[in-house]
Design a protein around this ligand. Structure first.
Ligand code: ATP
Length: 357
């Protein structure tokens, strides 16, 4: 962050468009931020773009080059599109997931996934109106069932095990983050676990309960992950903040995105103690890549999360302006990209939002 004599604050943003629709949606999110800048008193953004992902691997052999990683570490924030392509794999057959490497290397343990209904038209659930589905999934993003992802599964073996790694420090920090998020919302945190079956989840629950005592103003509860899937569909309005391990969070955030219109509506932030990466919850969507029809709203709302996280009074105001612009555009059911039943292109949708800023 640079402060000039005129009191302008310039935030350095590392920009990683990545692969597939990541390229299209980040381009539009940057346009929104650029259009917003004149309204943000004393704040500017300097974007520094880096090539990462499966395309970068094909060119130079590394999906997350050191230069890009160092830039992410030093930047005020990172805006990421999506990375990985199904037909570009490591020699052992696994897809490249440099976004997970980034979370682990930068210790971005708090995966924040806000789920908010912007228009009743876009939910498959009857009866829900704008704002009536409004919850946040906090996904632990550095351990859990993803921790064994670097191990090899040779087809010659008779058995393969994945490990659910739950540490005290990792659980304490993510649970505290969830309680702090709830304090700014409706003061309610639900732990999603499988403590009726897995010892790792009994342990996770005991740590959650201990952390809950540090936040007597916040109501806390538990629900098993299978029941959470059911309740999210039956009565999503009863949840405020849900906190869970990595894999459960991965699955439930896609389910929850389905409640508000799909992946194109679900923003996300991966937050650590010093760094944060903002990207849509979705992947590279190879089925629609290159067609110019991806919904840019998830990425634009992720940019709003970034503005909020930067904590400058002007950027916090900017985040609100973006959310209001999105809501206003969606008031007209004709203003939709094809994933929401409309005909707008990615660029046209972003233009509509910019016009409403
Ligand atoms: P990953 O595992 O990397 O998160 P994924 O395999 O879950 O990716 P996505 O790329 O998220 O898959 O796509 C899932 C579905 O959602 C696809 O049908 C895709 O076209 C759709 N989708 C994802 N993002 C968008 C978007 N921004 N706009 C429209 N449709 C989208």
């Amino acid at each position: 962050m640079n402060q000039h004599r005129t009191q302008t604050t310039t935030f350095d943003i590392a920009l990683l468009p990545g692969d597939g629709i990541g390229v299209d949606v980040t381009r539009e999110a940057v346009k929104v931020l650029q259009a917003l800048t004149p309204k943000l008193d004393g704040v500017k953004f300097a974007f520094h773009e880096y090539s990462v992902g499966a395309g970068e691997y094909l060119k130079h052999g590394n999906p997350l080059p050191d230069e890009a990683f160092e830039a992410c570490r030093k930047a005020d924030a990172v805006l990421l599109g999506a990375m990985g392509l199904p037909n570009v794999r490591w020699p052992d057959g696994k897809e490249m997931t440099p976004q997970i490497d980034l979370r682990e290397k930068l210790q971005l343990y708090c995966g924040l996934r806000p789920i908010r209904l912007y228009h009743e038209h876009d939910t498959p659930l009857k009866r829900y109106k704008v704002g009536e589905i409004d919850l946040v999934i906090v996904r632990e993003s550095t351990e859990g069932l993803f921790s064994g992802r670097q191990s090899q599964a040779s087809p010659d073996k008779d058995e393969v095990c994945d490990v659910m790694r739950i540490t005290r420090a990792g659980s304490e920090r993510v649970c505290r983050s969830a309680f702090r998020v709830a304090q700014k919302r409706r003061n309610q945190v639900t732990l999603v676990d499988k403590a009726n079956v897995l010892p790792s989840m009994v342990y996770f629950r005991s740590i959650f309960d201990a952390v809950a005592k540090e936040f007597p103003d916040v109501h806390s509860g538990h629900v098993y992950v299978d029941a959470a899937a059911l309740y999210l569909v039956q009565r999503p309005h009863t949840f405020d903040v849900l906190v869970t391990e990595n894999m459960f969070g991965d699955i439930l955030s896609d389910l929850a995105a389905g409640l508000i219109g799909g992946m194109g509506m679900a923003p996300s932030a991966d937050i650590g103690d010093g760094c944060a990466v903002f990207q849509p919850s979705h992947g590279t969507a190879p089925d629609i890549a290159g067609k110019g029809i991806a919904n840019p709203i998830a990425t634009i709302l992720s940019a709003a999360l970034m503005l909020e996280w930067l904590k400058h009074p002007a950027t916090v105001k900017g985040a609100e302006l973006i959310r209001r612009a999105v809501e206003t555009v969606l008031e007209d059911p004709a203003q939709r990209t094809p994933d929401l039943g409309g005909r707008l292109t990615t660029t046209e949708m972003a233009k509509k939002i910019i016009a409403r800023l």
